[in-house]
Ligand binder design. Structure first.
Ligand SMILES: Cc1cc2nc3c(=O)[nH]c(=O)nc-3n(C[C@H](O)[C@H](O)[C@H](O)COP(=O)(O)OP(=O)(O)OC[C@H]3O[C@@H](n4cnc5c(N)ncnc54)[C@H](O)[C@@H]3O)c2cc1C
Length: 395
């Protein structure tokens, strides 16, 4: 998100941008999926997603959706064509990072200086000057998220008040590349799980962006909290087979069946990541509460850096969600914020408009994630009528 923010801000004059990054090189080869709504050119294309098309229409006004589309039309065509290439299928994170870095290196009317090295909270607070705009894109362990509210005597800490988290499930993510085209709809997911007991392998299957002949399989298997605690954070398929055979069996049943149906075979390692699937958001994605505090006189006498500067959270630092949505959501918020900052409107209005937009994006991703989780829960019980009924609350 830091890269896309810098790439968009540099495209218009008036900024002097510094991009801090603690990693010297981009090494994450993990494949991620982006949503096609990122390049939608009409409202119907933007709302085409089966799970949240109606939610989009309910949450956003048609005028703001239209404004978003027209904002997108003004985005650098080179950036749009990069996004177009990434949404063809699963795409490696470092391919996205390299594409955005190259775009930044091409330059633009506003200069970007890249500063290598991590920034600690103390360093950030010491560096922030009154008219600075700080955009925190440091990911799920955000540097500034928990600092965005002034501490108040007798109230929970800023961290407790500002971060709201819902644990959806503990999961094992299984990923591998398959050397043949393959598609798997809901019928496929169902029949591939016949014979699986407690553990269901629920795949997301798509081509990879750079080669239509190669399929990326990303399967999610729900596990218990105790199993999560007993597993290493990352391992390979063989480790799972040896140490968690029942979990691995659901994966292997899927693999056996696609092998039978195609001439393909697995052409990569089977990578396993165990992960809590959390849905969270920052209740405040800006420091506007600090700015209000300043207007009333900062109580401790000294001045906190957030009482004059402008701070925004973008990407996982603001909202985190599972089920292949986060990057697209982060890109949308980045595009919205870059556009607001480029219009030169007064900062209090920028804060209010960004907070309102990010809250709507949170509602959207909350509703979509809960719908997906609910569908997954039902799906996992399909052959057990009473199991399904227990998960249904009608009214
Ligand atoms: C297994 C897995 C699969 C996923 N699959 C998908 C998917 O298919 N689709 C999808 O949309 N999302 C997916 N996600 C989520 C996606 O990876 C994240 O939403 C996305 O990477 C968030 O981007 P970000 O820029 O906000 O944060 P990050 O990618 O975490 O980047 C943060 C950056 O900030 C830098 N940084 C952090 N702290 C500091 C500091 N103090 N000083 C300087 N630099 C700092 C880091 O080095 C890093 O470059 C997946 C996540 C996981 C774990």
């Amino acid at each position: 998100m830091g890269l896309i923010m810098a790439a968009m801000l540099q495209a218009k004059p008036g900024f002097s941008i510094r991009l801090y990054e603690k990693r010297p090189t981009y090494t994450r080869t993990r494949m991620v999926k982006l949503s096609s709504y990122l390049i939608a050119d009409s409202l119907s294309a933007y709302s085409a997603d089966e799970v949240d098309g109606d939610n989009v229409a309910a949450i956003f006004d048609a005028t703001e959706l239209e404004a978003g589309l027209s904002n997108r039309r003004s985005v650098d065509p080179k950036l749009l064509s990069l996004i177009q290439s990434w949404i063809q299928g699963f795409c490696a994170l470092n391919v996205i990072e390299a594409g955005l870095s190259a775009l930044i290196e091409d330059g633009g009317p506003s200069p970007v200086e890249r500063v290598l090295g991590g920034v600690s909270l103390d360093q950030a607070l010491a560096m922030i000057a009154p008219d600075d705009i700080w955009i925190d894109c440091t990911g799920s362990n955000s540097l500034l998220r928990n600092q965005l509210l002034p501490e108040k005597v007798g109230e929970p800490s800023s961290a407790e008040r500002n971060t709201s988290t819902i644990r959806l499930e503990y999961a094992v993510n299984v990923t591998f590349l398959y050397g043949a085209p393959y598609h798997c709809n809901e019928y496929c997911k169902y029949y591939k799980n016949q014979g699986n007991g407690q553990y269901k392998f629920i795949p997301s299957v798509d081509r990879i962006a750079r080669d239509a002949g190669v399929t990326h399989v990303f399967g999610i298997i729900t596990i218990a909290a105790e199993e999560f605690a007993a597993m290493p954070p990352q391992c390979k398929g063989d480790y799972l087979r040896e140490n968690f055979p029942a979990v691995a069996a659901s994966m292997d049943r899927f693999i056996e069946q696609i092998d039978q149906e195609t001439d393909g075979k697995i052409i990569s390692d089977i990578d396993i990541v165990r992960i809590p699937l959390n849905l969270y958001h920052a209740r405040n994605a800006t420091n506007r509460e600090w700015r209000a505090e300043h207007a009333d006189g900062y109580p401790s006498g000294g001045e906190h850096p957030f009482s004059r500067a402008s701070v925004f959270l973008v990407g996982d630092s603001a909202i985190g969600s599972p089920y292949f949505q986060s990057i697209s959501l982060g890109f949308e918020c980045a595009m919205f914020l870059a556009n607001l900052l480029q219009q030169g409107i007064p900062m209090p209005e920028v804060f209010d408009r960004y907070e309102a937009r990010i809250y709507k994006q949170w509602l959207r991703v909350y509703m979509r994630s809960k719908a997906i989780k609910h569908n997954k829960d039902i799906f996992e019980q399909l052959d057990d009528t009473f199991g399904v009924l227990e998960r249904l609350k009608i009214y």
